[in-house]
Design a binder for this molecule. Structure first.
Ligand code: MCA
Ligand code: AMP
Length: 525
């Protein structure tokens, strides 16, 4: 018989890492009004306890989904922690999602509680109540909203609800190459094991070693900002400097009182465009980490030249959290000669298995390019209520098919060279062409369309749509863009639409997207 203890609740592990001095500052946050607000560790503990007690008062079944679409704020982070404490499942939603997207997520996940911004309450609550959600409350980024009004009436003391390592902690929706978005189910065990591995791998410094201060400038509705960054600081009891919106100048300024920064490549590109980025400005920084999209070697080198720092690139997925990382420092296991190598994503993390296979499933030797598969305690249990999809994405012997194509060299460095999935990564956000094409194909006068990713100096890659009209129709590219904007999150909107008489196809009738990519590759660079 197994016994359940509170120690498997991820929150208990995070809470145990809070410093002894609970009055010390945990988060310095720049408010929407431009003021620095100081939150102590006690504030974080009490705010999340109050919200957890409010959730407990709703008498929901364990593992109820709490869907949250709010602007980034410290209170939103406390709500995530509260959900863990209360033994429920956190479902973060990008603030860019429009009503059709939200309707799908809420209909699919059937959350018991939906938290939205005060501005969106009328349309979000309409969707949520029709889907059977019991409670819809609001949370603004200026400490406003009905959630806080209710939570403030609750006790600031709360014992985390006991959870097993394989109990669900969060669902993160990721789009698919075909069909609708899938909810990747992450457990307390997945999240905690990854947080502990990264704490060690990236050399997070204890208070006795001088401590660390993280600049947190990423959104908190995806793996990078919510888990990798927030857990990284919390599990080390480290302070965060918290920006709700990314501003390269403000981040450079904050580097004088911080030690660690995490960003998608676009954030680095934008900082490099600032004259204020100098060696002097980042002298006290210990570590710059990049991920979520390929970091161009030019950016890697430019950063090295300008700042004297070598960016550490790592690789992960919503389904697996972090998989590989360049070394923090030379490791005796690899002959003490490791360095952070631009263009690679480093080594598989401890406990992560990574293999490269040919299309026929045969394992490939070092240096050869093929399909990357992974396994480990960080790998998710499956997609929410999609057993067939889950089965498709795992091999019979339990490895997860990443859809990424790459190779491992003799020394063990992993390089991602492409993707077998039809995916565009734009500014660190994933855009699935199939979803955009389906929306375009619904428009009047459109026969068919193809969306491809082309290089972009700021976002790395952006989508471009090629649209074939019906016989006599003359669709207007601007009108197509306007209609899409009403239906889809803004970052998914193609940056340009072209009208063409046909799409290039191979002899099998498949659209040759490589030809379209080639044709439009010079549009922005
Ligand atoms: C904004 N726009 C974009 C993007 N972001 N277009 C393409 N791609 C984007 N990523 C467009 C908007 O549609 C809008 O266009 C215009 O830019 C201004 O929008 P705004 O929101 O003001 O932009 P911004 O504040 O400058 O945002 C850019 C950003 C943001 C800071 C780079 O996209 C961002 O925070 N990206 C990080 C994403 C992230 O955290 N990814 C991690 C996923 P218009 O004016 O025409 O409407 S987790 C993950 O991938 C895993 C697992 C991992 O490995 O980490
Ligand atoms: P997501 O669906 O947001 O989980 O995105 C995961 C995908 O982002 C991976 O499958 C990769 O294709 C990509 N990715 C993440 N980190 C990197 C990286 N450092 N280099 C290249 N691709 C990356």
């Amino acid at each position: 018989m197994t016994t359940t203890t509170a120690s498997h609740n991820l929150f208990a592990a995070l809470r145990a890492a809070f410093p002894a001095d609970l009055d010390a500052t945990a988060i310095e946050a720049l408010s929407p009004a431009g003021q620095w607000l100081h939150y102590s560790w006690r504030d974080l503990d009490h705010a999340s306890a109050r919200m957890a007690n409010w959730l407990a008062g709703l008498d929901l079944p364990p593992a109820s989904r709490i869907a949250v679409q709010v602007e980034k704020s410290v209170e939103a982070l406390a709500l995530y922690l509260a959900t863990l404490r209360a033994g429920h499942v956190y479902l973060p939603l990008n603030t860019a999602y429009r009503s059709a997207e939200i309707e799908y997520f809420i209909g699919n996940a059937e959350p018991a509680v939906v938290v939205c911004t005060p501005e969106n309450f009328s349309w979000v609550s309409r969707i949520a109540f029709s889907a059977g959600t019991q409670q819809v409350v609001t949370l603004g980024d200026d400490r406003s909203g009905s959630l806080l009004e209710r939570a403030v009436q609750c006790s600031d003391q709360q014992q985390p609800v006991p959870r097993q390592a394989d109990d669900l902690a969060a669902i993160l929706y990721t789009s698919g190459t075909t069909g609708r978005s899938k909810g990747a189910m992450l457990t307390h065990g997945n999240l905690l094991s990854n947080a502990l591995v990264l704490k060690d791998y990236w050399g997070w410094r204890s208070a006795a070693e001088g401590g660390d201060v993280l600049i947190h400038a990423l959104p908190i509705f995806h793996v990078h900002g919510l888990f990798v960054a927030s857990h990284g600081a919390l599990i080390n009891g480290s302070k965060m400097i918290w920006f709700a919106k990314y501003d390269p100048r403000a981040v450079i300024e904050a580097c004088s009182r911080a030690t660690v920064f995490m960003g998608v490549p676009t954030l680095y590109v934008r900082m490099l465009a600032e004259p204020a980025l100098t060696r002097q400005a980042v002298l006290g920084m210990r570590l710059f980490i990049s991920g979520s999209a390929p970091l161009l070697i030019e950016t890697f080198k430019a950063w090295q030249e300008r700042t004297g720092h070598t960016i550490l690139e790592r690789y992960g997925m919503s389904e697996t959290i972090m998989l590989t990382s360049n070394p923090y420092q030379a490791d005796a296991r690899h002959g003490g000669q490791d360095e952070r190598r631009g263009g690679t994503v480093g080594f598989p993390l401890p406990e992560v298995g990574l293999r490269v296979l040919a299309d026929d499933g045969q394992p490939l030797p070092a240096g050869e390019t093929g399909n990357i598969q992974v396994r480990g305690p960080n790998v998710f249990g499956g997609y929410w209520r999609m057993p067939e999809k889950t089965a498709e994405e795992f091999t019979a012997d339990g490895w997860f098919k990443t859809g990424d194509v790459g190779r491992v060299d003799e020394r063990g460095y992993v390089t991602i060279v492409g993707r077998s999935k039809d995916l565009i990564i734009s500014g660190g956000y994933n855009v699935y062409p199939a979803e955009i094409e389906a929306a375009i194909n619904e428009l009047p006068g459109v026969d068919e369309s193809a969306v491809v990713g082309v290089p972009h100096p700021d976002f790395g890659e952006v989508g471009v749509a090629v649209v074939v009209p019906r016989a006599t129709a003359k669709p207007d590219p601007q009108a197509i863009l306007q209609t899409l904007k009403a239906q889809l999150a803004n970052y998914k909107i193609p940056k340009q639409v072209f009208i063409a008489s046909e799409l290039p196809r191979n002899t099998m009738g498949k659209v040759q997207k490589n030809l379209l990519r080639e044709q439009h590759k010079g549009l922005f660079v």
